[in-house]
Design a protein around this ligand. Structure first.
Ligand code: ATP
Length: 315
């Protein structure tokens, strides 16, 4: 296991003396080459947890192990295993070029200068930024700056990468580039990636696993496809290649089918036999597709955070 977070806890003291329990005994695990989406509403405790993993916030209780090294007893070895881009691109100096920024971080991480330059250019090539290597960071677009920030965090070849809101405020193309890079790092280079995001479509595209926290505590964790499947129920989507008769529409209306235009509808079925009955009733209208309607991650989030599904489930 690459990352093991074991019951970490953190409270802050607010001005006036009141104590806020920001993170309550949060545990999670991540293997090499996997992407974990760490989700939760504003103030749930994501940033505090990620900062504890990065060693930037001292935990009150619990421990974090990175590649087996405990942050409490072998902090330097644990931190050597990780790279982090937290809260936008604050790890960049705007008046320096991408290469200079990467070399600067290499120096801090103890990477020899020559190796740092080669590694920097290799990382910039990976992101399609080699032509921008010698412009100052302030001249680059926000998406490019974010790519450079990720490159800087990767200069010492960490096994674990922490990304806090990596696509926040980026346009679609830039967000797509970042997501491609994250996928490549995990799938090709075997980096374990823990990311926080409020963008559920990003979490859905990238994540193998999700951990959902609310008020500092984990309320759901499991493989992304399993948590989505679990909420999917028995809804099916049918797509047609022709119009239905009034009688067929009346039949579907009785079944509470929801139409999306005239050629597609979603219907909840209560037994496998129902599926064949609907197919038979649609004859002779050609059916292009009939498939189970899988809940998206946004629906999962809304269900557990705002709905009544927060029973502490582990699928
Ligand atoms: P967001 O999605 O809004 O970034 P988050 O899930 O990252 O939120 P945290 O920033 O970890 O949440 O905050 C968790 C709780 O701890 C919140 O109630 C927040 O107000 C409180 N908190 C965070 N940092 C401090 C601090 N330095 N001092 C006091 N309270 C803090």
């Amino acid at each position: 296991m690459l990352l093991e977070v074991e019951a970490v806890r953190k409270s802050y003291r607010r001005r006036g003396g009141a104590e806020v329990l920001a993170v309550r005994d949060v545990s999670l695990q991540l293997s090499a080459g996997r992407i974990l989406a760490f989700l939760g509403p504003n103030g749930a405790g994501k940033t505090t947890t990620i900062k504890m993993i990065a060693g930037l916030v001292k935990m009150d209780a619990g421990d974090v192990r990175i590649a087996g090294h405990s942050l409490r007893t072998a902090g330097a070895s644990a931190r050597r295993q990780l790279g982090a881009v937290l809260e936008g691109s604050r790890n960049l100096y705007w008046r320096l070029t991408p290469v200079e920024n990467i070399e600067y971080w290499a120096g801090i991480r103890g990477v020899p200068r020559r190796e740092a330059r080669e590694r920097g250019l290799e990382l910039l090539r990976l992101c399609g930024l080699e032509e921008k290597a010698h412009q100052t960071v302030q001249q680059l677009s926000r998406g490019m700056q974010q790519l450079v920030a990720i490159c800087a965090a990767l200069v010492h070849r960490p096994n674990l990468l922490l990304l806090d809101e990596p696509t926040l405020g980026l346009d679609l193309d830039a967000a797509d580039r970042i997501q491609q890079l994250v996928e490549q790092l995990a799938r090709v280079n075997g980096v374990g990636i823990l990311l926080t995001t409020h963008q559920m479509e990003v979490a859905q595209r990238l994540s193998d696993e999700v951990v959902l926290i609310r008020e500092g505590a984990v309320i759901l964790h499991g493989p992304t496809d399993v948590v989505r499947e679990r909420l999917s129920g028995d809804a099916y989507v049918f797509e047609l290649a022709g119009n239905l008769s009034a009688e067929q529409r009346a039949y579907l209306a009785k079944r509470d089918a929801e139409f999306d235009g005239s050629l597609a509808f979603r219907v909840v079925l209560s037994s496998p036999g129902d599926f064949y009955e609907v197919i038979a009733r649609l004859q002779p209208c050609p059916i292009v597709r009939a498939s189970r309607d899988t809940a998206d991650l946004g629906a999962v989030f809304r269900h557990y955070v705002h709905g009544d599904g927060n029973e502490g489930a582990q699928p």
